[in-house]
Design a protein around this ligand. Structure first.
Ligand SMILES: Cc1cc2nc3c(=O)[nH]c(=O)nc-3n(C[C@H](O)[C@H](O)[C@H](O)COP(=O)(O)O)c2cc1C
Length: 183
């Protein structure tokens, strides 16, 4: 059996199809990662026909408890970084409001309380954008409140909000470099 190393990546999947396939590929490029899956993400990834199959060093944690039990590991130095990608407008809004009532919002809140860095790939970043629905690309018009929440999250400490998959890749690669550099 593969030995799990700590500290690890904490990657959160929320209920959005925005670059879901690409996010899965990026997770597969990481070693020693825990993937936290919201209830909505579990439903949505089934609609896209995606399977949560990752490397031997990756654990998958589902949202099955009211108190987000798996998140307790943040207090034992199990994680070095958080990535929330893709991040729904629902999760972004709750993070901005300081709400922690799902596995995603609990990961973000506990990361903040443990002073760990978070990278958030927000879905709603422009007044008009294209995203992947289960049966093909669709046009979406995020509301002013969605755009406002994304902008507000950018002002939060230790939080890097990225607006494109290319920027997500760059942010993850930069963080990977920092982690590897630590030895
Ligand atoms: C197929 C599908 C795709 C969705 N894509 C998005 C999306 O791109 N952005 C978004 O904000 N919500 C999207 N939703 C809605 C969210 O899943 C819903 O708001 C959910 O409550 C989010 O919960 P979570 O933030 O805890 O994952 C989608 C729903 C479905 C069924």
């Amino acid at each position: 059996m593969t030995r799990l190393r700590t500290p690890r990546w904490a990657w959160v999947l929320t209920g959005s199809g925005h670059f879901f396939v690409e996010c899965f590929e990026l997770i597969r490029s990481l070693d020693h990662c825990d993937v936290f899956v919201t209830k909505a993400a579990d439903e949505v990834l089934r609609m896209y026909g995606l399977k949560l199959d990752f490397s031997d060093t990756t654990r998958v944690l589902h949202d099955k408890t009211a108190s987000a039990v798996p998140v307790g590991e943040f207090y034992h130095g199990v994680y070095h970084s958080v990535v929330i990608a893709p991040a729904t407008s629902n999760t972004v809004a709750k993070c901005v409001a300081g709400i922690s009532d799902t596995i995603a919002t609990n990961v973000y809140a506990q990361a903040g309380k443990c002073r760990l860095p978070s990278i958030v790939f927000a879905c709603d970043t422009a007044p008009e954008l294209e995203t992947m629905a289960p049966h093909g690309m669709v046009k979406v018009y995020p509301r002013p409140i969605d755009l406002e929440n994304t902008a507000r999250l950018k002002t939060f400490e230790r939080t890097q909000v990225v607006e494109s998959f290319a920027d997500l890749e760059l942010a993850v690669a930069r963080r990977k470099g920092e982690i590897d550099g630590r030895g």
